[in-house]
Design a protein around this ligand. Structure first.
Ligand code: AMP
Ligand code: MG
Length: 347
C-alpha cells in the first residue's frame, strides 16, 4: 500500500517514492533511522526500519523535519514496549515469565485487541505467537511444520485464557502473546497523538502495512498488487484523514506444491487461512482498529469480514484470488481500479 498527498503532483510523489525506497535499503542494513533531505515544496521526510518493517514519515508544516524525526521516535518508543523480540519489553517479559505487570499503554493495546478477538468470534487471536514462531513463514525457508505440532499449538492458544488482574497479566503455558497484527496500527495512533502536539498541517506516515493520513483535504491510497506487492498498485481509494491498513497473502509467504503458505493463520486449524481472499484493506478513525480489522476480516472471509468491518463503522476493500474487488458502499464512488485484470465484483 502507498499513500500520497493529492496536491504536489505525480513527479514529486515518484521522486519521494524512489528516495524512500533507496533510503529504506540503507536503513535495513544499518538498522537505524535515515533522514532524507528537504524535498520540494516544504515537505520533509524521514525513514527508518522499526517493528521489523520500513517506516516513512512525510510531513509538511512548521518544523517539519524535526516532526518527521519525532514521528519515527514515537514508533521506536512503542517498539520498546510491545515488541516480542525485545526481551525487556512488556510483551518480552510477559512471554518469558508468563505473569508480568504491564505498563498502561501496553495494557490499553491488550484490552483494545481483546475486544477485536471477542467481536470477531475468535478469528482474530493475539495468542498465536507460538504458532507464528513455529511457521516462521519465510520465502527462503519453505518448510512445512509437523501437523501434530501445529494442532497442539493451535489447541493451546486462545485469547480467552489470558487473565488480567489490576494490570498484572498471566498467560497459560505454551501461549505467547503476539501483537504482530495490531502493533503497526497502534504505532500510527501514537504518531497521531504526537503530531497533534506539533504545528503539522499535513502528514503521511506509513508503518509497514498501516498508514496514518493526517490533515485537511483529500489523500489517495493505492491498494498494492496482490501479485507484485509494494508500490505496484491495482486500485486507488480517495479518502480524508484517518488510518488505513492492509493485510495480504503477498507480505510474508512461501509457495510449496502449488499452495501459498502465508502469515495470517486460522486459530481453528493453525494453518494459513485459505478462503479465496488475497488482500484486505480497512479504513478506520483508529489505527489499532484498522490494523486489527484488516487481519480479522481476512481470517473471517469475504462475507463475515465485510460484516465485521461494517459493524465497526469502517470502510473496507477486499480482493479475491479471482481478481474481484469488493468495497463497502461508501467507498464505491471513491475507488478506481487501475489494473485492467481486476474488476469490481458484481452486486
Ligand atoms: P497483519 O499483517 O496486520 O495482518 O498481521 C499479521 C501478523 O499477525 C502475523 O504475522 C502474525 O504475527 C499475527 N497473526 C497471524 N494470524 C493471526 C490471527 N488469526 N489473529 C491475530 N494475529 C494473527
Ligand atoms: Mg493487522
Amino acid at each position: 500500500m502507498f499513500a500520497q498527498f493529492d496536491e504536489g503532483g505525480d513527479n514529486l510523489s515518484e521522486a519521494v517514492k524512489k528516495i524512500v525506497i533507496a533510503a529504506c535499503a540503507v536503513a535495513v542494513c544499518a538498522a537505524a533511522i535515515v533522514i532524507i533531505g528537504t524535498l520540494p515544496d516544504g515537505e520533509h521526510s524521514a525513514t527508518g526500519f522499526m517493528m521489523d518493517t520500513a517506516v516513512t514519515a512525510r510531513v509538511t508544516g512548521k518544523n517539519a523535519q524535526q516532526t518527521a524525526e519525532g514521528a519515527l521516535e514515537a514508533v521506536s518508543d512503542l517498539e520498546r514496549l510491545i515488541s516480542r523480540t525485545v526481551d525487556s519489553s512488556d510483551v518480552g517479559r510477559l512471554n518469558s515469565k508468563r505473569t508480568a505487570e504491564l505498563s498502561p499503554p501496553t495494557l490499553e493495546i491488550l484490552e483494545q485487541s481483546l475486544e477485536v478477538c471477542r467481536r470477531s468470534g475468535g478469528a482474530f487471536d493475539i495468542t498465536l505467537g507460538s504458532l507464528s514462531g513455529l511457521w516462521d513463514v519465510n520465502a527462503d525457508n519453505p518448510v512445512l511444520p509437523a501437523s501434530a505440532e501445529v494442532a497442539r499449538l493451535a489447541n493451546a492458544a486462545g485469547y480467552e485464557k489470558i487473565a488480567i488482574n489490576e494490570g498484572v497479566v498471566s498467560l497459560p503455558q505454551t501461549v505467547l502473546l503476539d501483537f504482530g497484527a495490531v502493533g503497526k496500527g497502534a504505532a500510527c495512533d501514537k504518531i497521531k497523538a504526537y503530531l497533534q502536539t506539533t504545528q503539522t498541517s499535513r502528514a503521511v506516515i506509513s508503518v509497514g502495512g498501516s498508514i496514518l493520513l493526517y490533515g485537511k483535504g483529500d489523500f489517495t491510497v493505492g491498494i498494492s498488487s496482490p501479485e507484485r506487492g509494494g508500490a505496484d498498485y491495482i486500485a486507488t481509494v480517495k479518502m480524508s484523514e484517518g488510518f488505513v491498513s492492509t493485510s495480504g497473502t503477498y507480505e510474508r509467504y512461501f509457495d510449496l506444491d502449488g499452495v501459498r503458505y502465508h502469515h495470517i493463520l486460522s486459530p481453528e486449524t493453525g494453518y494459513p487461512i485459505q478462503n479465496g481472499l488475497v488482500s484486505v484493506t480497512v479504513i478506520a478513525d483508529n489505527g489499532l482498529i484498522s490494523d486489527a480489522l484488516s487481519t480479522a476480516c481476512f481470517v473471517l472471509g469475504l462475507e463475515d469480514g465485510m460484516r465485521l468491518a461494517e459493524e465497526y463503522g469502517c470502510e473496507a476493500v477486499l480482493v479475491t484470488a479471482d481478481k474481484s474487488v469488493y468495497v463497502t458502499d461508501a467507498l464505491r464512488g471513491k475507488t478506481e481500479i487501475v489494473d485492467g485484470s481486476y474488476s469490481f465484483a458484481k452486486a
